[in-house]
Write a protein that binds this ligand. Structure first.
Ligand SMILES: NC(=O)c1ccc[n+]([C@@H]2O[C@H](COP(=O)([O-])OP(=O)(O)OC[C@H]3O[C@@H](n4cnc5c(N)ncnc54)[C@H](O)[C@@H]3O)[C@@H](O)[C@H]2O)c1
Length: 283
């Protein structure tokens, strides 16, 4: 079956980026969220991000208009029944995603693949919510989606080879580079990245160096485009804490203990760039 029409659940940071790249690659996309205002905000972001691509001469103004026309924002989830592939990018809570997967399993044709963009929730557990676990897979895009090349493709315990092959080729058609990973807490990206960020936070807490100094070490010494504390603020400190907890609970090793300073900052509502304050302050 040829995939032409794609469903995206969640119009937030990742969902609008995912709808953007599918539509820009010629797919028609149905973008679904729970309220019209989230869809309006998502479509506005897509418009602005397409403007950036026009300004960089990556696409023309006609491409922008055609891309926007291929996206249908909807509140009614039933409209996803016509899709040939669905990817979920809703809030990172197991209960929310579990309900979505049960409902999609009921709504979508039996041959349709259901993917999740989760950064840490078990694909195997999401697949077990459906009667088609062999057609459930992780398709983990990176922020900002229109720019970042990587898609971590995560096989759940039951994911079939055919499902993996389809999602690998779909990622390539979007101009992305898929990397195959098995289902384990944090997959590869967050399993390796988050302990680095967490350790940088321990270094701040213990007075080893300032956030500025630590970030400078990584930029100049390791050629990282941004230091670990700037990156943590960008990702969101609440998201960092949730992922450290997934690693700690799922792998049971004390080396994944979330930094107490991180916990205190999240308790204070200092969530990084999005709240105006994290390891740095933002206007
Ligand atoms: N932000 C990142 O850097 C990043 C990177 C990779 C993966 N992810 C993953 O992507 C997913 C989405 O993250 P985000 O940063 O875009 O979050 P976000 O908060 O920006 O957006 C989530 C959206 O999902 C919507 N939503 C919630 N419940 C829903 C439901 N039942 N049906 C439809 N829509 C619903 C919300 O209204 C919101 O608009 C999460 O699983 C997250 O772990 C995030």
């Amino acid at each position: 079956m040829e995939i032409k029409r794609v469903g995206v659940i969640g119009a937030g940071t990742m969902g609008n980026g995912i709808a953007h790249v599918f539509a820009r690659s010629g797919y028609s996309a149905v973008l679904c969220d729970v309220e019209q205002r989230f869809l309006d905000r998502g479509m506005e972001t897509i418009g602005k991000n397409l403007d950036r691509e026009v300004a960089k001469n990556k696409i023309t103004t006609e491409d922008k208009a055609a891309t926007l026309k291929r996206i249908e924002p909807v509140v009614e989830r039933a409209k996803l029944a016509s899709c040939d592939f669905v990817i979920e990018a809703a809030t990172e809570k197991f209960d929310i995603k579990a309900e979505i997967f049960r409902d999609l399993d009921r709504l979508c044709r039996p041959e349709i693949i259901l993917a999740s963009n989760t950064s840490s929730i078990s694909i195997t557990k999401l697949a077990a919510q459906t009667k088609r676990p062999e057609q459930v897979i992780g398709m983990h895009f990176f922020n900002p989606v229109p720019v970042m090349k990587l898609v971590e493709v995560i096989r759940g315990l039951a994911t079939s080879q055919a499902t993996y092959d389809t999602v690998k080729s779909l990622s390539e058609k979007l101009g992305k580079t898929p990397v195959e990973v098995n289902d384990a807490p944090g997959f590869v990206s967050n399993r390796v990245l988050m302990p680095l960020l967490n350790e940088a936070m321990f270094a701040v807490m213990e007075g080893v160096a300032t956030p500025e100094a630590i970030d400078e070490v990584f930029k100049l010494g390791m050629a990282h485009p941004m230091g670990p504390l700037t990156l943590a603020d960008f990702i969101g400190l609440d998201v960092c804490l949730d992922i450290m907890r997934v690693l700690h609970d799922g792998l049971g090793d004390p080396k994944y203990r979330p930094c107490p300073l991180l916990i205190r900052m999240v308790d204070a509502g200092w969530l990084g760039r999005k709240s105006g304050r994290g390891f740095y302050t933002y206007a």
